[in-house]
Ligand binder design. Structure first.
Ligand SMILES: Cc1cc2nc3c(=O)[nH]c(=O)nc-3n(C[C@H](O)[C@H](O)[C@H](O)COP(=O)(O)OP(=O)(O)OC[C@H]3O[C@@H](n4cnc5c(N)ncnc54)[C@H](O)[C@@H]3O)c2cc1C
Ligand SMILES: NC(=O)c1ccc[n+]([C@@H]2O[C@H](COP(=O)([O-])OP(=O)(O)OC[C@H]3O[C@@H](n4cnc5c(N)ncnc54)[C@H](O)[C@@H]3O)[C@@H](O)[C@H]2O)c1
Length: 479
């Protein structure tokens, strides 16, 4: 048995683990990064980057389909599925190799490959042959896709976010289960690349959209491109060597059985904690997750920290990096554990139109709390720049706190939402008032002008300004 003693052990070399490693290394050289799978991170290998590469191809195909609206007639074009997947993997591999380069630069005694588990508080086993005594431990083990039992019947025709990117070419048809972030991003991209897509959801949920008007609007938009039932009744799934047969209640046709090349399960993700033998860790566990303080990432009063997707606090990349830095620094400086203000909740779904959520979402609050806030609304349908580009679909709802008139949060479904959402996230993070936001410069003609109109509507509802007038002369056409 190989025995190692370190100040800080980090379990998982994903985004959170790597940033934790960098932060802890500023305090000690006695540290160990433990990785069970291949190095390279979920984001680069099977997450953010390959999914955005598929979407980039889809955007180009969509532009071809719609070019006639601008008077541009493209006589002949086709999607070459093999080339789409080849470019995706080529570019994806570049992102992975840049991560691998930085791992290669780490001292050999700082990294180890094998699956870690607790054998006692402060003591880990890695595989069968290595034991690690660690004064402090950062758990950064990420998450894995949930696969509902019914979907396992698809057998070898079952795809997840990792296996999808390994297909040699695009399939002809696919059934996507889960209209969440993963399902919508990948499903819409496949549909725009010519794949016949059906998407099945549960309980009416759509990408976590909280506002009923925005969710209904988005549901209509996606349904114009592919069949999407957010509350599907699926009777049966049968996999074979050639594909998957799915029997379901079609909204118009009643009970039907359809055949697909593949089934993509995108029904959520759960933290990778089961293999850690946490019962030996001495940590307090509630609902299968160690109780963790969000401002320090410390688990109770232990010397263990839990970060990234593994704690499910905010399973997106920039939060994994933020949490990794905070926990790595705290593990390094332990017992002088410091707290930090959290980032404002912020997420973007890279569909088209995009979906974004920032800060406090009033529909998610208890009715008694909702009275503290007012709403500003805006539709992109007549927004100048959005119309110019034929991207005038969607709406936004902004929330402001009564009295203080501080901007509280927003939900968007619309063009360039990834950029609008950054402005709003920065405003929420710095607690700007709606009046202060309106005093900022807005260029013309830009999509941000739509945001200004929504802010003006919000200011009116906060009793800070008169009602909006149509065709506001100050704003320029379509503002
Ligand atoms: C398809 C998809 C698209 C996404 N797109 C985006 C996006 O556009 N923007 C965004 O912000 N987020 C996106 N995300 C989410 C983002 O990828 C994650 O939030 C982020 O990668 C989490 O990083 P992490 O370090 O917590 O986990 P990971 O990067 O998964 O790292 C965890 C590591 O721990 C290792 N591990 C697990 N158990 C053990 C063990 N017992 N011992 C040792 N090692 C172990 C794993 O092998 C893994 O390498 C996407 C996710 C998916 C699936
Ligand atoms: N752009 C981004 O930032 C991005 C992109 C992809 C993933 N992610 C991260 O990955 C996480 C996981 O994404 P996800 O899409 O897998 O999960 P999700 O929780 O966003 O969505 C899962 C969806 O599946 C549905 N569902 C659950 N069981 C079902 C069933 N049996 N049949 C049909 N539908 C079912 C749910 O109702 C939900 O709509 C996200 O929460 C996000 O943090 C982020």
């Amino acid at each position: 048995m190989d025995k190692r003693t370190v100040d800080v052990a980090i379990i998982g070399a994903g985004t959170a683990g790597l940033t934790a490693y960098n932060a802890a290394r500023k305090h000690t050289d006695k540290l160990l990064l433990i990785e069970a799978g291949p190095f390279g991170t979920t984001c680069a290998r099977v997450g953010c980057m390959p999914s955005k590469l598929l979407i980039a191809a889809a955007d180009n195909a969509h532009g071809m389909v719609h070019s006639h609206l601008f008077g541009i007639e493209v006589k002949e074009w086709q999607v070459n599925g093999r080339r789409v997947m080849e470019r995706l993997r080529r570019e994806r591999d570049r992102f992975v190799s840049s991560v691998l380069d930085s791992i290669r630069d780490l001292p050999e005694h700082h990294k180890i490959q094998g699956s870690a588990r607790f054998i006692a508080p402060g003591r880990l086993a890695v595989g069968d042959d290595i034991e690690v005594d660690a004064a402090r431990i950062v758990i950064a083990t990420g998450s894995s896709p949930d696969i509902p039992e019914l979907m396992r019947a698809a057998g070898q025709r079952l795809l997840l976010n990792d296996s999808l990117f390994e297909l040699p070419s695009l399939p002809e048809s696919i059934a996507v289960f889960g209209p969440g972030v993963v399902g919508l991003e990948l499903g819409q991209a496949l549909s725009r690349l010519g794949v016949d897509v059906r998407m099945f959801g549960k309980g009416g949920e759509l990408a976590g959209i909280a506002d009923d008007d925005i969710r209904d609007y988005a549901d209509r938009c996606f349904n114009e491109e592919f069949y999407l039932d957010t509350d599907a009744a699926v009777d049966d799934i049968q996999g074979s060597d050639h594909g998957v047969s799915i029997t379901y209640e079609h909204r118009q046709k009643g009970l039907i059985t359809e055949h697909f090349d593949y089934l993509l399960a995108a029904t959520g993700r759960s933290p990778n904690l089961a293999g850690l033998d946490l019962e030996n860790s001495g940590l307090t566990i509630e609902e299968d997750i160690p109780v963790t303080d969000p401002w320090t990432l410390r688990c109770g009063d232990s010397a263990v920290f839990l970060v990234g997707d593994a704690n499910q606090l905010a399973p997106v990349l920039h939060e994994a990096a933020f949490e990794g830095r905070l926990a790595g620094d705290n593990a390094g400086r332990y017992p002088d554990v410091r707290q930090r203000e959290r980032l404002v909740p912020f997420s973007v779904v890279f569909t088209s139109p995009q979906i974004a959520r920032i800060g406090i979402l009033v529909p998610e609050l208890q009715p008694s709390e909702q009275a503290r806030y007012r709403t500003g609304t805006f539709s992109f349908e007549n927004q100048g720049r959005s119309r110019v580009m034929d991207r005038n679909r969607g709406m936004v709802k902004l929330y402001g706190e009564r009295g203080s008139c501080i901007f509280a949060g927003a939900e968007l479904f619309g063009p360039a939402a990834e950029h609008l959402a950054h402005l709003l996230a920065w405003a929420a993070q710095t607690r700007m008032t709606v009046t202060a936001m309106l005093s900022m410069p807005f260029y013309h003609p830009v999509i941000e002008e739509g945001l200004r109109t929504a802010l003006r509507d919000l200011n009116y509802h906060l009793n800070k300004a008169p009602p909006l007038v149509d065709d506001c002369l100050e704003c320029g056409p379509g503002g």
